[in-house]
Write a protein that binds this ligand. Structure first.
Ligand code: ATP
Ligand code: MG
Length: 446
């Protein structure tokens, strides 16, 4: 395969956007006589005129050789060994060219070599090293298989990725069905690159996703947690959600949520999710912090509310029903996308605060305001008010009380009638009219 070399100046490629640490790592590798290139998403983003979120470097040096070149380097990973190099507090990931043992013309040789244990240092453990060409074809999309040499300022393109970037087209390297079978997470990557970069997937990709979407069930739930955050915490949550809904992948990530949306044809709840995603996108583009707990509190609020009401109807006391419903809903969620406790606990706290915010018991107000989840719970209440689950007057009250201190605050609190609940009757339909949602049984257990 003969690569095409492009001079990066042809594309208005902004070199200033490359991290100094990444440039120094490449320079270190090249000075030691090895190849050194920037690769993958960072080259793609620079060609698209975007600011890359991280920089990956690739080389023909083995991890041990890379480690020797840099003072602050350590080898990580067991299956695929990479080197993390630190420079000026920044971390650059250096990967040795890899080949895909299941693909390409060298397939047989590689399999043979693997079974024969290591020879010529080409194969060690599960690392199948290759040359730059092997490394290009094992990547997922043509636009992600571009190499940039900062010294010659050239982009090296083996698979037509530059033309695809110019045409805003997302093309798989190889056959989409096979590549999805190898790693179904690539389906989510298609949606993410469409949502985030406006790259239009070629029709065969979309078709293959529709056909093979169930493959996503085989991906470990913990890996999907990371992918979900990448989809929703990079300022393109709304478009990612639309893509997930259209392709049916949402069902495989948030089955309970989709069940409520579809069984109940619950427009309010869909609007609630969309408003939350819109807020999150806005906060991220303004560099404000966002927490995964809020996202999961939003996605699971529907299933939680339905289950909670069911349990209350079954005469469970409210607290018991609350704990049972939240435990069940998170347990079922974790069978699809596992949610670590550090995320589910604050999400449940956000839900727990909702009834306290609605009740406004005078004696509890100060403690609520000091609760570390207050801000998130208040934002959550705002979203609920938008779909009429609580009154706007309630939200306005909580907005006002945050703005005053001391006597002003005491005065507002004293105006609340003690013991009187300020809860507004729910606009939502009564639980009796609702169909049960998966009975709270963990998904996949039936
Ligand atoms: P992002 O902007 O999200 O960082 P990215 O393309 O850089 O996008 P990374 O996860 O950082 O994504 O991966 C870096 C590179 O590694 C990709 O550009 C691609 O070449 C390769 N890669 C990542 N994940 C896969 C995968 N599942 N299959 C094949 N190649 C992959
Ligand atoms: Mg990246």
């Amino acid at each position: 395969m003969k690569p095409t070399h492009y001079q990066s100046s042809e594309f208005g490629f902004d070199r200033q956007r490359i991290s100094r640490a990444a440039l120094q790592v490449v320079d270190g590798l090249q000075s030691a006589g090895f190849d050194g290139y920037l690769v993958g998403g960072c080259v793609r983003d620079l060609l698209l005129g975007k600011v890359p979120k991280d920089f990956d470097v690739t080389t023909n040096a083995r991890p041990e050789q890379v480690k020797k070149i840099f003072d602050r380097a350590r080898i990580i990973g067991r299956r695929f060994r990479l080197v993390h190099v630190r420079y000026h507090g920044e971390m650059v990931e250096v990967a040795t060219y890899r080949a895909d043992p299941n693909r390409g013309g060298k397939k047989k040789w590689l399999k043979w070599a693997k079974n024969k244990t290591s020879n010529s240092g080409r194969i060690t453990d599960d690392n199948v090293y290759g040359d730059i060409e092997d490394d290009a074809v094992r990547r997922d999309f043509t636009v992600n298989a571009l190499y940039y040499d900062p010294t010659s300022e050239q982009v090296i393109d083996y698979l037509g990725g530059v033309a695809d970037i110019n045409n805003h087209c997302l093309k798989m390297i190889g056959n989409p069905a096979d590549r999805f079978a190898e790693d179904p997470v690539r389906m989510l990557r298609v949606l993410r690159f469409k949502a985030k970069l406006g790259l239009e997937p070629e029709p065969s990709l979309v078709e293959a996703i529709r056909k093979h979407r169930m493959l996503l069930e085989d991906v470990p739930a913990a890996r999907l947690f990371d992918e979900v955050l990448k989809m929703f915490h990079h300022a393109h949550g709304i478009s990612s959600w639309h893509e997930l809904r259209q392709t049916g992948l949402a069902q495989l990530l948030f089955g309970q949520t989709i069940e409520v949306l579809e069984q109940e044809n619950d427009r309010d709840y869909e609007q609630f999710i969309l408003s939350a995603l819109e807020n999150t996108d806005r906060r991220i583009s303004q560099d404000k912090p966002v927490i995964p707990a809020f996202l999961f509190a939003v996605f699971l609020w529907g299933p939680f509310s339905v289950r909670h009401r069911q349990l209350c109807v079954e005469n469970k006391n409210t607290m018991q029903a609350f704990h049972q419903a939240s435990d069940e809903v998170f347990a079922a969620q974790s069978l699809q996308v596992s949610v670590p406790r550090r995320v589910s606990t604050p999400a449940i706290e956000i839900w727990e605060l909702q009834s306290a915010l609605e009740r406004r018991r005078p004696r509890t107000i100060r403690a609520i305001l000091e609760n570390r989840r207050f801000r998130a719970a208040y934002d959550f209440l705002l979203l609920r008010a938008r779909i009429g689950e609580v009154g706007q007057d309630l939200v306005d009250w909580w907005t006002r009380i945050q703005d005053v201190n001391g006597e002003g605050r005491d005065k507002i609190i004293s105006q609340l009638a003690p013991g009187k609940s300020t809860r507004r009757s729910r606009k939502r339909r009564s639980p009796r009219k609702r169909k049960p949602v998966s009975g709270g049984e963990p998904r996949g257990s039936s």
